[in-house]
Design a protein around this ligand. Structure first.
Ligand code: ZN
Length: 340
């Protein structure tokens, strides 16, 4: 069984007026839309793979309104998890994560992964210029691109968005399904609906619609700082915590902990406070527990053993439970690829 999705050629009437709340009046199912432009090399764009991350819809409404007469380049637009978008959730309880189910996924085959496979077959059957997957973060972060293959063209694509970008290797993300086919990046556009994040992504999409080619020369260090994510920091379910240093709980953080996002923390900076022995667990990308290597507790204060960069910190307790508190980043080192 494959999850059913619709196909359209051209935009449906009413596209510019919909919001995620009424999106299913136009798109009752996930929908793949082919939009013809001057250059027939397609830009694949996916939006709403995570239903609550709705900036991508606004981005495409703005871009497509600006090019109502004619697109400089053809677009293949995938409108993803419309049921979750309607409910303003990452995914519904009975659904899999729409950005972990793409070819290369570790997930068991299911209707949604089969739909993703079919979408990729269709996309790969067309001449492709590039692929963009538009997302948001649940905490306050700078806007940045994520790439799964740090080749020079992808690095240039990422550098066009921001001077910091992340290499990530989560199996089954949409961006990874384009590796070896065309330049591809995931765009993290700040909090859902953040007007600056929307404008920032609009500019990048517009550039990708008119650009002839991305350079194959790696960007200089002053143009791109590439970091990688291979540690996730979790709070075990039995640990009580709060974002208030004076709270009567097992684990406490400063209220403005999100200000730590994408800043380096050295081994002398306090990350949090605790009254128990193991308030946190840190997993690497293989799921191994590396907590004792990565952090230490001294008189109730939590420190990292090496300089690390927290990112995607969220204070949303549901997201912390479903995903994690934050990622811990390091500078990207190409030799790490050998083991991945
Ligand atoms: Zn997302």
């Amino acid at each position: 069984m494959i999850e059913s999705f619709d196909r359209m050629h051209g935009l449906p009437d009413g596209f510019f007026d919909i919001t995620t709340a009424n999106i299913r009046s136009l798109f009752p199912n996930p929908t793949l839309i082919q939009l013809d432009g001057q250059d027939r090399n397609y830009l694949f764009i996916s939006i709403l793979l995570h239903g609550n991350e709705h900036s991508g819809l606004s981005v495409m409404q703005k871009v497509l309104a600006r090019y109502a007469e004619e697109l400089p380049r053809s677009i293949l637009l995938f409108v993803g998890n419309v049921r979750a978008a309607e409910a303003n959730l990452r995914h519904l309880p009975d659904q899999v994560d729409y950005n972990r189910c793409w070819p290369g996924t570790l997930m068991e085959s299911c209707p949604t992964s089969q739909m993703a496979r079919r979408i990729i077959e269709i996309a790969h059957g067309l001449p492709l210029f590039g692929a963009l997957d538009i997302h948001n973060n649940t905490g306050r972060n700078p806007h940045y691109a994520c790439i799964t293959d740090p080749n020079p063209r992808n690095q240039n694509l990422a550098a066009t968005f921001n001077r910091i970008a992340m290499v990530y290797k989560h199996k089954g993300v949409c961006t990874m399904a384009f590796d070896g086919i065309c330049p591809a990046a995931t765009l993290e556009c700040g909090l859902p609906g953040d007007p600056e994040g929307i404008e920032h992504a609009v500019r990048l999409v517009e550039e990708m619609l008119s650009l002839e080619q991305l350079s194959a020369e790696p960007p200089k260090r002053d143009k791109l700082h590439l970091v990688e994510s291979h540690l996730n920091l979790h709070i075990p379910g039995h640990v009580s915590y709060d974002f208030d240093p004076a709270a009567d709980v097992d684990l406490r953080f400063e209220e403005n902990i999100e200000a730590r996002n994408f800043t380096l923390m050295d081994p002398k900076q306090v990350f949090g406070y605790t009254r128990i022995d193991r308030p946190i667990s840190i997993l690497d990308t293989d799921g191994h527990d590396v907590t004792d290597e990565v952090l230490r507790i001294e008189q109730g204060r939590i420190f990292f053993n090496q300089t690390l960069m927290p990112a995607m910190i969220t204070r949303d307790k549901l997201v912390i439970q479903q995903d994690c508190l934050c990622h811990l980043l390091q500078d990207y080192l190409p030799h790490h690829d050998v083991e991945l």
